[in-house]
Design a protein around this ligand. Structure first.
Ligand code: RUQ
Ligand code: CUA
Ligand code: CA
Length: 639
């Protein structure tokens, strides 16, 4: 990547003679072109102006070959388990980052380095990631890490954005199903907040199905973002769905849809209102510092009780009733509101964050006094995002729409004024879950692009059998009205995404030899007296054989080595190429062995040489005109 391409100058130049606003203001016809619809209503368009408009529209989202996108997008891969990196607005997929899955291209889940990161959970080959979030300093992305949850196996993973590899995975103890995940925004991402969704008995020892007694609960979890260790857990009433943090560093909030603690659908819909629970982080920290916490059996994590006792609030939490089975929880980019999305209610509830001090001080009789508006938006509101200009955008699952509404006007309407806070409704295809506006989770929300992640695509793409792709749609929100500009099929199931400006993400071009990612492998080599950059050697250690070699296009440092049948063989390869983009691979045929070795990287993989005979190994990443010839042979002698 040369620096000229990597600067932040506009990749989509403003067209001469047509301003963006006036162009997009041409209304429905432009929208129809962009959406690929066939209807052409307006008669004022000539053939030429139509063609010009279409070309214009294309130039907005079409990033020409060789040009770079303005934004990085990080998509969760849902129950596929990975994170995907896209360029926005082109929506081109740039990279996949394996996290909770096994990846044969890079060897994630196969190499020793990745297994060490996966730790005890390496035994699981599935994951279900939902919520990717970028670390922040002072309420702005600092580009250091991306965190993501695994609902399936109750994990939280961290991705280093400089190398775009997962470097830490933590299994959250004492809970089931990490769902909502958000980061502390201010003063910096000290904590990763992670909601455990399901209520379980404690201890969970097989004694009961019952969840109504005091010993059945779920917990809100705070993870030290730098150490990736548990900081504390908070016992809550009901369950926990989504969450967000505020811009003072003091509060985090979570939605609860199962205040009923029910086990089935009917039961979970019984109450007209569930709640948002707000956590007072300084009070929790103070209690833990003062030693006022408990620990659960078999765990050393400090736990405080945030439940009500006999109707009385704990010092750590407040429960704010909101209708009905609320789902998404979003902090407005101006820092003023937590917004709970009603799901089974057509409303969203706006909680004034500046009233929370008074709420915790006991100055309100009714906790709902912190709610400053409850605008009715449409059917099935799930998630809300912001443009930094006072507008919010909420997905309506049942209506298959995104609604743009004004927050100040919603507050005025709540006070009884006659004002229409709904600014625009746009059909999307179909059944949207999350939506995400550029930089919406930060104080720098720029109101340019909105991604809507639709759960169904039905007729939008070529049919692929009973299983359909989903549909990520890109919407231009820079004007008064939203314009759908792109449809993109997506494989299961991108729950959510996050967009950052490209200047906020700084990646390394080649590996640093001192990178902690493969430091344990370097340590091991040192013990064997190996210089990884120069040595090509076989170390025999009883039944264990450690094979060290270099790689430099188009050859391995060792083109043959011999082991005995039954040996546990570890192949460690150091790619001594210094040239950007010259990655090598290592595949041992018929052994389930595959890994990536990028420039200046050391990678290792361990397998049992259980079949006597000659076995070829080869390079799997295209690296040279003689890439096919980059091979070697392992001889396994009969035991
Ligand atoms: S959730 S469709 Cu897992 Cu983010 Cu709302
Ligand atoms: Cu080395 Cu292909
Ligand atoms: Ca409920």
């Amino acid at each position: 990547m040369n620096d000229k391409k990597n600067d932040t100058t506009d990749v989509v130049p403003e067209p001469k003679g047509v301003s963006r606003r006036s162009f997009l203001g041409t209304g429905a016809v432009t929208g129809a072109v962009l959406a690929g619809a066939t209807a052409l209503g307006a008669g004022t368009f000539t053939r030429e102006s139509w063609a010009a408009a279409a070309k214009e529209a294309k130039s907005r989202i079409h990033v020409a070959p060789g040009e770079l996108d303005e934004y990085y997008g990080f998509w969760s891969g849902g129950h596929q388990g990975e994170v995907r990196v896209l360029g926005v607005p082109s929506m081109r997929e740039l990279m996949r980052i394996p996290v909770f899955n096994v990846d044969s291209a890079t060897g994630w889940g196969l190499t020793n380095e990745s297994k060490l990161i996966l730790g005890d959970s390496a035994k699981y080959q599935n994951g279900d990631c939902h919520h990717p979030h970028i670390s922040m300093t002072d309420g702005k992305y600092d580009g250091k890490y991306l965190f993501i949850n695994d609902k399936a196996n109750s994990r939280v993973a961290r991705i280093r954005l400089d190398i775009m590899k997962c470097d830490k995975i933590l299994t959250v103890p004492n809970v089931q199903a990490i769902h909502g995940l958000r980061l502390q925004k201010v003063p910096y991402t000290k904590y990763v907040f992670a909601n455990a969704e399901f209520v379980i008995p404690h201890p969970n020892d097989g004694r009961t199905f019952d969840l109504q007694d005091k010993n059945s609960y779920t917990m809100f979890n705070a993870i030290d973002a730098e150490k990736m260790e548990m900081a504390f857990q908070v016992i809550v009433d009901g369950n926990l769905d989504n969450s967000d943090a505020d811009y003072t560093g003091k509060y985090a909030a979570s939605t609860c849809y199962n205040s009923e603690k029910a086990y089935d659908l009917g039961g979970m819909m019984r109450n007209e209102r569930d709640w948002v629970v707000v956590f007072n982080i300084p009070r929790i920290e103070a209690a833990i510092k003062a030693g006022k916490f408990i620990t659960l059996e078999g765990s050393s994590v400090p736990v405080v009780d945030g439940r009500k006792t006999d109707g009385k609030d704990s010092e750590f939490t407040r429960y704010i009733p909101v209708p009905k089975n609320p789902h998404g929880c979003n902090t407005s980019s101006d820092g003023k509101y937590f917004i709970a999305n009603g799901n089974l209610s057509p409303t969203v509830s706006m909680i004034a964050i500046d009233r929370l001090d008074d709420l915790f001080a006991g100055r309100y009789k009714d906790p709902r006094e912190v709610i400053v508006a409850e605008p009715e938006l449409g059917l099935g509101p799930l998630h809300t995002t912001f443009d930094g200009r006072g507008n919010a955008y909420t997905t309506l699952f049942i209506d298959s729409q995104v609604v743009k509404w004004n927050m100040d006007e919603a507050i005025r309407a709540y006070k009884g004024e006659k004002v229409n806070y709904i600014k625009h409704k746009l059909d999307v295809q179909y059944q949207p879950g999350h939506n995400h506006a550029s930089l919406t989770e930060t104080s720098e929300a720029d109101g340019k692009w909105l991604v809507v992640l639709c759960k169904f695509s039905k007729d939008r793409f070529l049919p692929t059998g009973p299983l359909h792709p989903e549909n990520d749609q890109l919407i231009d929100i820079s004007g008064e009205e939203m314009k759908l500009v792109h449809d993109g099929p997506a494989f299961a199931e991108p729950h959510d995404c996050i967009l950052a400006r490209r200047d906020q993400i700084k990646t390394q071009k080649i590996w640093n030899r001192n990178d902690p990612f493969f430091a344990p492998t370097v340590e091991r080599a040192k013990k064997d007296g190996i210089n990884l950059e120069t040595d090509n050697k076989v170390i025999r250690d009883g039944n264990k054989v450690r094979v060290y070699m270099t790689s430099m296009a188009p050859a391995y440092g060792l083109t043959e080595f011999t082991v005995k049948q039954g040996n546990e063989v570890t192949v460690t390869i150091t790619n001594i190429d210094q040239i950007e983009d010259v990655s090598h691979g290592f595949v041992m045929t018929n052994h389930g062995v595959s890994m990536e070795i990028s420039p200046q990287q050391t990678s290792s993989i361990t397998f049992i040489a259980d079949k006597p005979g000659l076995h070829w190994y080869y390079c799997s990443w295209f690296c040279h005109a003689l890439h096919m010839e980059m091979v070697g042979r392992m001889l396994v002698e009969k035991a």
